[in-house]
Design a protein. Structure first.
Length: 391
C-alpha cells in the first residue's frame, strides 16, 4: 500500500435483503444497485461527474456488465467506466478492495464499489450440446474447480466441517438464534443506511425473525448426519439485494471535510477448493500479521454466515470474541445475495462504527470484514475510523 495515498470509505448504503421470490423479486440486480449508487453520491453531496470508476460484484448473471447498467440507471455520466467483477461470494468485498487499490495507485480519486445480486431474476442456466441435434442441458451451478479437485457441493462441505469440529445441530441453531436476535435489535438503526426510494423496495430485511430453539430444531435437515446436520435455519437463504460504498482518496476526503473509515489493508487468499469455507482464516491471519495487529485490536468483525458451521469454525480458528462478532446480525438472519454479501459486511461495519463516534480506545476504532467463496477463496478487509484534518 502506498504511504502517500490511502482510500477512505466516506459513505455506505445497501438495500434491504429479501429472500428469493420475496419483496425484491421484480427487480434485476442492476435495478437494485442503481438507487444505492445514487444515494451514495447524494450522501457525500458530490457531483456525479466527480466519480472516476464504478465497480460492482455479481455472481449469477450471464453477462451484460450489470455495473454499467446500474451506473447509467443511477445517472452516472456516460464517460465514467464501469466494471463487473465475479469472485462468487467474495465479489462485493473484492470490488471494494479493487476500488481502494485504484485509489492507492493514483489511478482514481473517487470510486463507487460494492455488489448486487438477484436470485429471483437470475438467468436459467443451460449448456449447449456438443453433438448435433442434442438438446441443451440445464445446470444449477458452474464448476468452481476442475479435476482432480472434488469441487464439493458447498452444503456438503459445510456439513463435513460441522462433523470435524463437533458442531451439533443444536449448537448451530443457537448460533442462528443469536444472529436473528442481534438483527432484530439493530433493525431500527439499520434503516438509516437502507435505500428505499422505489415502491417495490422495503426498509427492513425480510427474513429476520424471532427464532426460538424449538422452531429452529424443527427446520428440515438439508445436509449431513442428524446430530451435526445443516438445516434451513442454519444455512443462509438465497436472497436479493445490493450494497455499496463511496471511496475517496484521503486527500480528497480531507479537502471535502469528510469523515468515514480508512482502509488499513485488504487481503485475498486462495486455499483448498475441497474445503473452501475456511480459507478466510488464512486471509485474516495474513492481513492482521501484515498490519501488526491481532483480533484483540478489533472492535467488530463482520463475518459472512453462509453456514452456521462455517462461521462457528472460523470463530474457533481465529479465537474471535463472539461479543464482537456480527453485532448488527449476520447473513443467517438476512439471507445471502451472493455478489452483494461481501459489500453488505462493509456497510454493516460502517454503520456500527458510526454509532460509536465517541469511543476513545484505539481498539474501538478498528474492525474487519471477512468472507469465503466457492472454489477456495477468501477475502478480508481491515478499517479504522477516519477524521479529516478539517473535520
Amino acid at each position: 500500500m502506498s504511504a502517500h495515498r490511502r482510500a477512505v470509505i466516506v459513505a455506505a448504503r445497501r438495500t434491504a435483503v429479501a429472500p428469493r421470490g420475496g419483496a425484491l423479486s421484480q427487480l434485476q440486480a442492476d435495478e437494485l444497485a442503481a438507487p444505492v449508487l445514487k444515494d451514495l453520491v447524494g450522501d457525500a453531496a458530490l457531483p456525479l461527474d466527480r466519480v472516476d470508476h464504478v465497480i460492482l460484484g455479481n455472481a449469477l448473471y450471464g453477462g451484460g456488465n450489470p455495473a454499467r447498467l446500474a451506473a447509467l440507471r443511477a445517472g452516472i455520466p456516460g464517460p465514467v467506466p464501469s466494471m463487473t467483477l465475479d469472485t462468487q461470494c467474495c465479489s462485493g468485498l473484492d470490488a471494494i478492495l479493487t476500488g481502494a487499490q485504484l485509489i492507492e495507485a493514483g489511478a482514481a480519486d473517487c470510486v463507487l464499489a460494492g455488489g448486487a445480486e438477484s436470485f429471483s431474476r437470475a438467468p436459467i442456466r443451460m449448456r449447449r450440446s456438443t453433438a448435433p441435434g442434442e438438446e441443451a442441458v440445464p445446470y444449477d451451478r458452474p464448476a468452481f474447480a476442475p479435476p482432480p479437485f472434488e469441487d464439493p457441493d458447498l452444503s456438503s462441505a459445510a456439513a463435513k466441517i460441522a462433523v470435524r469440529y463437533g458442531l451439533t445441530r443444536k449448537s448451530q441453531t443457537q448460533f442462528a438464534q443469536a444472529s436473528h436476535a442481534k438483527a432484530l435489535a439493530a433493525a431500527p438503526d439499520l434503516e438509516r443506511h437502507l435505500v428505499g426510494n422505489d415502491d417495490r423496495m422495503r426498509r427492513r430485511d425480510g427474513f429476520t425473525r424471532r427464532l426460538d430453539l424449538r422452531t429452529g430444531m424443527r427446520a428440515p435437515l438439508l445436509a449431513g448426519p442428524e446430530e451435526f446436520g445443516l438445516s434451513a435455519a442454519t444455512i443462509a437463504c438465497e436472497a436479493d439485494g445490493a450494497a455499496g460504498v463511496l471511496l475517496m482518496s484521503d486527500c480528497m476526503a480531507s479537502t471535502l471535510s469528510r469523515t468515514g473509515l480508512l482502509i488499513l489493508g485488504g487481503m485475498r487468499k486462495g486455499g483448498d477448493p475441497n474445503d473452501p469455507a475456511l480459507v478466510p482464516v488464512a486471509a485474516a491471519k495474513a492481513l492482521l500479521s501484515r498490519l501488526n495487529m491481532t483480533v484483540a485490536d478489533l472492535a467488530a468483525v463482520e463475518l459472512m454466515e453462509a453456514y452456521a458451521s462455517q462461521a462457528m469454525a472460523t470463530v474457533n480458528d481465529l479465537s474471535l470474541d463472539t461479543a464482537r462478532l456480527n453485532q448488527l446480525g449476520g447473513a443467517l438472519a438476512r439471507g445471502h445475495p451472493i455478489g452483494a454479501s461481501g459489500a453488505i459486511l462493509v456497510v454493516q461495519l460502517f454503520e456500527f462504527l458510526r454509532t460509536r463516534e465517541n469511543a476513545t480506545e484505539a481498539a474501538q476504532d478498528r474492525a474487519m470484514a471477512l468472507i469465503a467463496a466457492a472454489g477456495g477463496l477468501g477475502s478480508a478487509l481491515v478499517v479504522e475510523r477516519f477524521r479529516s484534518k478539517d473535520g
